[in-house]
Design a protein. Structure first.
Length: 534
C-alpha cells in the first residue's frame, strides 16, 4: 500500500533523508524509531507532501505521489496525525470534525468510509466534548481529536508522528490499542515512535533511522525475542559518528547546524524528560547568567512590547520571569491602573512592588492564574518544555479578546559563526565545546529550533496580526554576551566531561571567550507576537 524507494529530502539545500526505502503492506503497522535528529518527522512530512523530495519515489497503492501538493496527496488517501497534535485552540470539537468531514472528502475506495457519527462511536470521549474548544481539552483528548480529524479525510495510509508524546501511560496504551484496531480494519499505518517498547508492542515491523538512513528493518517478532540489539542502536551513548559519505561540517569560520532533530534550548532553564532542570535559578551562576541575558535582550523585548501591544492600564502576565527585569519594565509601562503578575517555578529573585505581583507557578502543570490578560510574555521559556505546544495553546486560552501573546526564543540551529579567533585551532575548540553543550541540552529534552515553529503554532492557535523578527549581533571576547558561554560551560561541566571533553579543553575555552581578539555571532533571538481576535 505504501512504498518509499530511495527517498532523499531535506531543508534549505541540506539533505536529511538519504535513499530511504520502506514497504508497508496493506493493513499492517510499520514503526520507525531513531534518536533525535535521525529524520523520522522529515520522513513523515515528505510522504505527506509538507517537505519536497529531492529524489526517489513515494507510491500509495501503486500511484506515484512524490512532488504533489499536500492536499492532492491527502486526496490520494494519506492522513497525517502530526507531532504535538496541532488542534485549533479556538475551534470546538464539533467545528474540527465538521471541517475535516467536508463534502469533497469522499472515501478513496469503496466501503463504509469514515463519518462523524462513526468517528464518535470509535472515540466516545469526543462525543461528550463537542462544545469544548481545542484549548480546553486534555492532551489525550487532543490526540483523539487529531486522529478523528485524520480519519475523516478517508485515508488508506495513516501517518502517526509520535502519537503517545506527553500522554500518561494509560492514555498511551489506549492510543496503541486504537491503532491496532484501525490496522485490523484494513488501514495501513506508518508509526513514528520515540519509545522502542511502544513500537515493539504495536507494530508488525520496526525500522531504525540513523542519520537519515535505514539501518534496520525487520519484523518486530525478532525484536520481541531479543530487543538488546535494537536498544543498543537507540542508545545515545552508543551513537556512531556520521557516515563517511556525509559532507563533513566546516568547523570554522562557519560551524554546522547542531544535529538535533526538533531542537532544544539555549543556556537557560532546560527541562529533562523527568521534569528536572539542567539550569535553575538556585545555581550559583544563575544571577550573572540572568544579568547577561537581560543586558542583551531587554532592549529588544522592550521595543517589541511597545504600543499597541502594551498600553496603560493593561493586565499582564510575565511567564518565567527569572530576575524580573522585564516584569518591572512592564509594570512601569502600564502605570498605577495596570496590573502585572510575574511567575516563575522558583521566584527567589523576584520581588513584589506596587502594581507588580509575584507568584510561584509552574506553567507546565498548573492552570493559568487568570483568563483575561491583555499581554502574556514568555521569553526563553517554552523551548525547554517537553509539551511546549500544549503550553502555548494554554497561554492563548488565557488571553482576553484583543490580548497579545509575545513568545521569544533563541534559535540554536543557526550556525555560530566565529568572526575572529587567535588561531584556527581556537576556533575549532569553540565549535567543539558548543557542539558538546548542544548535545547535553538535547539529551535533556531540549528543542534547539523551536523558535522556528512559534509563528506557525500561533497561527494554528488562532492568533492574528502575527509578526516575527530575528536579531543577531557579534559578541566579542570578554563581553557580557560572550560571558554566557563561560557561565554555561561551568554549569554543564560534569556533563561536558562525561561527553568526552577534558578539563584542559574547558579551561582553554573559557580563556578564549575572555580574549578580546575573539568574536562570534550570537544566537539568533526570535521574537514572535500575535493577537487574539476580539
Amino acid at each position: 500500500m505504501l512504498s518509499v524507494d530511495r527517498l532523499c529530502a531535506g531543508y534549505a539545500g541540506g539533505i536529511v533523508l538519504h535513499e530511504v526505502s520502506l514497504r508497508v503492506r496493506p493493513g499492517s503497522i510499520q514503526a520507525v524509531v531513531g534518536r533525535n535528529g535521525a529524520g523520522k518527522s522529515t520522513l513523515v512530512h515528505t510522504i505527506a507532501g509538507l517537505v519536497r523530495a529531492s529524489s526517489g519515489r513515494i507510491e500509495i497503492g501503486g500511484v506515484h505521489v512524490a512532488g504533489r501538493q499536500p492536499h492532492r496527496i491527502a486526496q490520494s488517501g494519506v492522513g497525517l496525525v502530526p507531532q504535538g497534535r496541532r488542534v485549533f485552540s479556538r475551534l470546538t470539537v464539533a467545528e474540527h470534525l465538521h471541517l475535516a468531514a467536508a463534502p469533497w472528502r469522499a472515501p478513496v475506495s469503496g466501503g463504509e468510509g469514515w463519518t462523524v457519527a462513526r468517528t464518535l462511536e470509535l472515540l466516545p470521549r469526543l462525543a461528550a466534548r463537542l462544545r469544548h474548544r481545542g484549548c480546553e481539552l486534555s492532551g489525550g483528548e487532543q490526540q483523539m481529536l487529531a486522529i478523528a480529524r485524520a480519519l475523516l479525510g478517508q485515508p488508506r495510509v495513516l501517518l502517526l508522528d509520535e502519537p503517545c508524546e506527553g500522554l500518561s501511560p494509560d492514555l498511551a496504551a489506549r492510543v496503541r490499542e486504537l491503532v491496532n484496531g484501525l490496522a485490523a480494519d484494513g488501514l495501513t499505518v506508518l508509526l513514528v515512535e520515540q519509545q522502542l517498547q511502544h513500537a515493539i508492542d504495536v507494530a508488525d515491523r520496526v525500522a531504525v533511522l540513523e542519520y537519515g538512513r535505514v539501518v534496520y528493518d525487520r519484523p518486530t517478532a525478532e525484536a520481541r525475542v531479543d530487543p538488546a540489539p535494537l536498544a543498543a542502536m537507540l542508545s545515545v551513548a552508543a551513537a556512531p559518528p556520521p557516515p563517511p559519505n556525509r559532507p563533513a561540517p566546516r568547523l570554522w569560520p562557519t560551524p554546522p547546524r547542531h544535529p538535533t532533530p526538533r531542537r532544544g534550548r539555549h543556556p537557560m532553564a532546560t527541562a529533562s524528560s523527568d521534569g528536572t532542570y539542567t539550569f535553575d535559578n538556585g545555581q550559583p551562576d544563575a544571577v550573572p547568567q540572568m544579568q547577561a541575558l537581560e543586558s542583551f535582550l531587554d532592549p529588544i523585548t522592550t521595543r517589541r512590547l511597545a504600543q499597541p501591544v502594551l498600553r496603560p492600564g493593561a493586565t499582564c502576565w510575565e511567564v518565567g520571569a527569572g530576575g524580573g527585569s522585564m516584569a518591572r519594565r512592564i509594570a512601569r509601562a502600564v502605570g498605577d491602573d495596570g496590573h502585572v503578575l510575574a511567575t516563575d517555578i522558583d521566584p527567589t529573585h523576584l520581588a513584589a512592588e506596587g502594581n507588580l505581583h509575584v507568584r510561584r507557578h509552574d506553567v507546565r502543570t498548573e492552570p493559568p492564574p487568570g483568563d483575561a490578560f491583555d499581554l502574556i510574555h514568555a521569553r526563553l521559556v517554552l523551548l525547554h518544555l517537553p509539551d511546549r505546544r500544549r503550553v502555548l495553546r494554554t497561554l492563548t486560552g488565557a488571553l482576553a479578546p484583543g490580548g497579545w501573546l509575545v513568545v521569544e526564543e533563541f534559535d540554536c540551529t543557526a550556525p555560530l559563526r566565529v568572526l575572529t579567533a587567535p588561531t584556527d585551532d581556537a576556533a575549532k575548540l569553540f565549535a567543539q565545546v558548543m557542539d558538546a553543550m548542544m548535545g547535553v541540552l538535547a539529551d535533556h529534552g531540549a528543542d534547539l529550533g523551536w523558535a522556528q515553529d512559534v509563528h506557525t503554532e500561533m497561527a494554528l492557535a488562532g492568533l492574528t496580526d502575527l509578526d516575527t523578527i530575528t536579531h543577531s549581533q557579534s559578541w566579542a571576547g570578554g563581553s557580557t554576551g560572550a560571558s554566557l558561554y563561560e557561565t554555561n560551560s561551568r554549569q554543564l561541566e560534569p556533563d561536558l566531561l562525561a561527553a568526552g571533553l577534558s578539563p584542559n579543553q574547558l579551561n582553554a575555552f573559557r580563556r578564549l571567550v575572555r580574549d578580546p581578539g575573539f568574536a562570534v555571532m550570537s544566537y539568533h533571538f526570535v521574537s514572535t507576537r500575535g493577537r487574539l481576535p476580539k
